[in-house]
Structure formats: structure tokens, C-alpha cells
Design a protein around this ligand. Structure first.
Ligand code: MRU
Length: 344
């Protein structure tokens, strides 16, 4: 299942806000439509945000009417700025835009060459993500034993990437190897990416999955109902992993009960020159918490705090599964990671 595709100026993807009830294919033809899709989370998940932003630039050149290279470069820079203002936390979005904008700066490129280069680079970013996820799956599956019950949070599946998934890529690869595993998925309040998307993906693949509410996870870990946690990441910085809100509490509880806690993410999610304090944690609108599918479920007028991500220091992380292998706790320092937050 490929989540996003480019075909001559048309980006097709699935509208994730409508899943699992409706499988609606979105046809995105302009930069503005892509910006809307990202802001409203029709497309979401760090690697898919990277590919979507890249295709946003591809749409910009495809639809451009300017007649010289300088004007095209200006148009692309402005599109990059608009795309960067959609969602602040997942680094993949920024990484993809900067990668394309750097590529086109070379001198002597004609207008047509730049257009072609942007489209090609966007395709490359998407294709590389598929390869990375397959490799993450392969490396991660080595950590999974027959009979494991794995807890995952949010959706780090095919829907969060271009194909296959990161955390769900590990689960899929283990399953494809014939390991009889089971998954426990958290619903992932407030937007229910776990209940709506992860469960949808795993059921399609026939991988046994049980759904719990977020607040049940502690009890499930304490009762030894799971023996591994595998989640994705939105940004891997020097002192911590930034991922969907709720990841941090899962990591602390898993650590307390000696349950291995793994992060699965491609290199496009790494941002090791930054620390967690430098990163904007997205805060989304109160209605996501006070309402359920436009019905008010909280006392009217209540003040809300709705951060979409949280910060998990490395001391709670057992390993990072990425496309080149697995970095275990003992390797973190050589990887450019500070295991303790107080180190410079
Ligand atoms: O707000 P979302 O749905 O975009 O958040 C997604 C997550 O937090 C995922 O766990 C993360 O992006 C990893 S996806 C492979």
C-alpha cells in the first residue's frame, strides 16, 4: 500500500481524517491544497509529511507560470516558507524542503532543468522513504521474538510514511518472517491515530491487535501483558526523542518495569544538532479535546492544553532502529546523542 503518489502534476493520497469509516482518495493539484491537507492532517506522520512537502514543491514548479529561473527560485522559496508554516514539530517536513531548495541553487540551470530537478528530487525523497522503512523493518524484526506482544502508540505505519511504516514496519517484518506476534495499540487521544489508523492497518494485514485507551497502558505494562514497546518519532534530537503526546509516559512506565522501549525512525527524522528545548511542540486547537466529531464532550468553555507531541529523554530509550541498523543504549554517545539531558 503506497500512501502517496505523484503522476504528472497530480498527487494522490488517502484522506486520513476520514479513516476508517471512509476510504477517500484525495487528489491534490496545487500547493494550497497540499498546505490545507497537511494543516488539517489529511496527511500526517513524520516521513509522510516530508514526502508531502516535497510534492508541494513539485506542484509549485508544475503549475508555475514564471518565465525565468530567478523568479522560479523565488517562487519555490516562498512555497517552502508556506509549507514550513504548516506543522512545526516533525523535522522531515523541513528536511525535505531544505534538501530540494539546496539542490536547485546550483548555477547555470535553466528554468526547465530546475523544474525537472524539483520533481525528480521529490520522487527520490518518496522512494528513499520506502527503502528506509523496509530496512528499518528488517533490522527491527531481529529484536522481535516469536510470541512477543508489542505495544505501539499513535500511527507509525504505512499511513505515516510513503509505504510499510517505521514502528509498524518492524511489526510487519516480524510477522512476515512467520513470528506469531500480537500488538496492543493505544487509541491515541485526541485524534485517535491508534484506534483509527494503526488498528485499520494491522487488521488489513491480519496481524492480531487489541485496542486500549491511552490511560490503560500503565496497567497493561504492570500486568506484563506486553514485553516490548515500539513507537515512531517526529524528531530525534541530541537529548531526547520527540513523538506523539503520551510517548513519554509510556517510556517511563516501560523503563520502570524493564520492558524494552524502541524507537523506529529513518535518518530523515534525525536532527542531532538541536536539543529538545529548541523545538516547537505543536499545540493544536482546543476543539480536538472538547469535542468528539463536532459533538461537545467537555463542560462548555473549559480552558484546554493540547500539545500534540512530548519529549522522551534517552535514559528511557533502549534503542533506535533506523535504516542502517540498531543503535542500543551503549552506542548512544558515539551516535552524537547525550544520554543525560544535563550534558552539553
Ligand atoms: O500528529 P501526527 O499524527 O502527525 O503524529 C504522528 C506521530 O507522532 C508518529 O508517531 C510519528 O510521526 C512517527 S510516523 C512514522
Amino acid at each position: 500500500m503506497r500512501t502517496i503518489e505523484w503522476n504528472k502534476g497530480l498527487v494522490t493520497t488517502i484522506d486520513q481524517t476520514k479513516l476508517p469509516q471512509e476510504e477517500i482518495i484525495l487528489k491534490i493539484k496545487t500547493l494550497n491544497e497540499m498546505v490545507e491537507a497537511i494543516k488539517n492532517m489529511r496527511v500526517r506522520g513524520a516521513p509522510l509529511l516530508g514526502a508531502s512537502a516535497a510534492y508541494g514543491l513539485a506542484l509549485t514548479v508544475f503549475n508555475s507560470r514564471v518565465s525565468n529561473r530567478e523568479a522560479l527560485i523565488e517562487e519555490l522559496k516562498s512555497a517552502g516558507k508556506t509549507l514550513k508554516a504548516t506543522r512545526p514539530t516533525a523535522v522531515n517536513l523541513f528536511w525535505a524542503i531544505d534538501r530540494i531548495l539546496e539542490k536547485i541553487q546550483e548555477a547555470n540551470k535553466t528554468l526547465e532543468e530546475i523544474k525537472e530537478q524539483v520533481i525528480q528530487e521529490a520522487q527520490k525523497i518518496a522512494d528513499e522513504d520506502v527503502k528506509a522503512n523496509r530496512a528499518i523493518g528488517k533490522h527491527g524484526a531481529e529484536l522481535i521474538n516469536d510470541g512477543d506482544v508489542i505495544l505501539t502508540h499513535c500511527n507509525a505505519g504505512a499511513l505515516a510514511t510513503v509505504e510499510y511504516g517505521t514502528a509498524l514496519g518492524v511489526i510487519r517484518a516480524a510477522w512476515e518472517q512467520g513470528k506469531k506476534i500480537k500488538v496492543i495499540a493505544t487509541e491515541t487521544r485526541p485524534l485517535l491515530q491508534g484506534a483509527r489508523l494503526t488498528v485499520y492497518e494491522l487488521k488489513r494485514d491480519g496481524i492480531p491487535v487489541k485496542l486500549i485507551t491511552d490511560s490503560m497502558a500503565g496497567f497493561v505494562i504492570q500486568k506484563k501483558m506486553i514485553n516490548k514497546v515500539v513507537v515512531g518519532a517526529d524528531r530525534i534530537v541530541k537529548d531526547a526523542i520527540i513523538n506523539k503526546i503520551g510517548t513519554f509516559s509510556l517510556a517511563v512506565i516501560a523503563n520502570e518495569y524493564n520492558v524494552p522501549f524502541y524507537i523506529a525512525a529513518p535518518k530523515s527524522t534525525f536532527d542531532l544538532s538541536k536539543k529538545s528545548q529548541d523545538i516547537t511542540i505543536e499545540e493544536r486547537k482546543p476543539e480536538e479535546v472538547t469535542h468528539f466529531r463536532s459533538q461537545l464532550v467537555a463542560a462548555s468553555g473549559v480552558e484546554v492544553f493540547n500539545p500534540a507531541f512530548d519529549i522522551t529523554p534517552y535514559k528511557y530509550v533502549s534503542g533506535i532502529i533506523y535504516e542502517d541498523g540498531v543503535f542500543f543504549k551503549k552506542d548512544f554517545e558515539t551516535f552524537g546523542i547525550n544520554t543525560f539531558t544535563d550534558k552539553k
